[in-house]
Design a protein around this ligand. Structure first.
Ligand SMILES: Nc1ncnc2c1ncn2[C@@H]1O[C@H](COP(=O)(O)OP(=O)(O)OP(=O)(O)O)[C@@H](O)[C@H]1O
Length: 501
């Protein structure tokens, strides 16, 4: 210990100490000694804490790490935000711009929506709240879940931190820890988190696409979560619609899974939607996902950054019940050339071209994925059971028979250019709110349902059958969103204009 008597000191400092001693009646160096004792104590407590922590970690501390590209990662953060962080102020948060439907509703209820739709409005001047969400970014928090204390720790480990702020690009790390000899408290918590995630997104469909994560590994990543498309908005022959809905329903039934297992048949189901562009193939896939409460996993065969092993791995990583959507499979130019030696391939190619007619030649493969790779992904041993595969194509003849044989494609739905009945239904569907008076702006008349029926008949009668896709006709109708009379009056000139193009 130090004592002022033992220390060599300058005259001024000595005088200062003497002054303090006489005025406060205390030895200042006693404070220094006391400070050193406190620091020593803290250091020993910390090292004891570290020893206890590392001992506990080895014996009774259960730890669970959640990977950033697992859906649980977002569900845990959402649960924490909604249940734990909601009432706490944070000084360091992550700002996110959201396109939530609430802001759209707020806009509908604002005075702006009362303005005449002919008036030009600059939305820069709109004084509505920006849809910015502030979320806790980094940090740890001890919280109680069903009588167990759990430590939540969320950090972004940047490879190198430059400047004052941690990089958002770093590798995120999420850990959950609790004092327990088993993992069951955390497992129960994760089950609750999963159930909460399902409840929150019950009426929406989440779309997943592939993305390179912070470690440059291609993983599934949710790109959008939107309200499920209502199946009644899909214009398709009633029989075809019922066929596919019944089939998917039966396939997903728990008894069916057991039946497949009993018969030793891989539990998989595949559908092919073929037809001209803009006839509703993708829309039907998304409506099916909505009806059965499934998420959609979209794989792009033309993605230049994806290799075949990555494609096969991603295919096997989809969850048990989901829709895997492979769009425009014909565009990838996959053919038997990948499967057979070159001489046979030339023969089979020319045979294929013969059957299709000279007009459409099989294109050279433009995909990094070969036909054998795709077949492997669809029904190889690692392919996931329980999923629904939906492939769409504009040109059925371009598909190799191996790809669409039963077992890979169980039901084929052909989409045609619309009949007059379908055009009439599209008209009625677009103007359904005009007749129900739900969204009519000021100054616009309502149309009685009988009048709308009459207009729909006139409209479809003026359009040639099997000439335009529903997407094209929908594009025309969108010019007259709330004026069915004007759409009806102008459709003939639109047809002429389209035919001259
Ligand atoms: N049968 C349909 N029923 C309802 N809407 C349709 C239908 N066909 C097309 N549409 C509308 O047209 C647009 C394009 O439809 P969609 O993307 O489903 O067509 P697609 O057949 O998948 O086209 P592509 O072959 O080019 O991918 C969507 O906005 C959709 O609402």
């Amino acid at each position: 210990m130090f004592s002022s008597a033992h220390l060599p000191m300058s005259g001024e400092f000595h005088a200062f100490l003497a002054l303090v001693r006489t005025t406060l009646n205390l030895d200042p160096l006693a404070f220094v000694n006391f400070g050193l004792i406190v620091i020593g104590l803290i250091a020993s407590l910390r090292s004891a804490g570290n020893i206890i922590h590392s001992y506990a970690e080895k014996t009774c501390l259960s730890t669970v790490h959640v990977e950033e590209d697992d859906p649980l990662y977002y569900n845990v953060i959402r649960w924490m935000n909604d249940h734990v962080f909601r009432h706490r102020n944070f000084l360091s948060v992550l700002a996110q711009t959201t396109n939530n439907p609430d802001s759209v509703n707020a806009l509908i209820q604002s005075p702006l929506s009362k303005l005449d739709s002919d008036r030009l409005i600059s939305y820069r001047e709109v004084d509505d709240k920006p849809s910015i969400e502030l979320k806790p970014f980094h940090g740890s928090r001890l919280f109680r879940f069903k009588r167990t204390w759990i430590l939540f720790d969320h950090a972004t480990k940047s490879p190198e931190v430059t400047g004052r702020f941690p990089s958002v690009e770093g590798k995120p790390k999420l850990t959950l820890q609790c004092l327990s000899f088993s993992l069951s408290p955390i497992t129960k918590f994760l089950e609750e988190v999963h159930a909460y995630g399902c409840k929150v997104s019950v009426s929406s469909t989440t779309v997943y696409r592939t993305r390179h994560n912070s470690r440059d590994i291609v993983r599934w990543s949710s790109v959008a979560s939107r309200p499920s498309r209502d199946i009644s908005t899909i214009i398709l022959d009633k029989h075809k619609k019922q066929t596919i809905l019944r089939d998917v329903n039966e396939y997903l039934h728990p008894h069916t899974r057991q039946w497949y297992a009993n018969h030793g048949i891989p539990y998989r189901r595949g559908y092919l939607f073929s037809g001209p562009p803009g006839t509703g193939k993708t829309s039907l896939a998304s409506a099916i996902a909505g009806v059965f409460g499934l998420d959609i996993y979209v794989l792009n065969l033309l993605d230049p950054t994806m290799t075949e092993p990555q494609f096969i791995r991603l295919f096997s990583e989809v969850p048990t019940r989901c829709v895997v959507l492979l769009e425009d499979v014909d565009a990838a130019g996959l053919s038997r050339c990948d499967l057979v030696p070159s001489q046979d391939c030339t023969q089979s190619k020319s045979a294929a071209q013969f059957t299709m007619g000279a007009a459409r030649a099989t294109p050279a493969s433009t995909s990094a994925i070969s036909l054998s790779g795709l077949l492997n992904a669809i029904d190889g041993v690692s392919s996931h059971e329980g999923r629904i595969l939906i492939m769409t194509t504009n040109v059925l003849q371009r598909l190799d028979r191996a790809l669409i044989r039963p077992g890979r494609v169980d039901i084929h739905i052909r989409f045609e250019l619309p009949s007059q009945e379908e055009l009439r239904n599209l008209f009625l569907s677009i103007y359904s709110d005009v007749s129900q008076n739900t969204a009519a702006p000021t100054g616009k008349e309502n149309v009685q349902p009988e009048r709308l029926d009459e207009l729909a008949r006139h409209f479809s009668g003026r359009l040639p059958e099997g000439r335009f896709s529903l997407a094209e006709v929908q594009g025309f109708l969108l010019r007259y969103k709330r004026q069915p009379d004007e759409a009806c009056d102008n459709v003939s000139s639109w047809v002429k204009e389209m035919e001259n193009n």
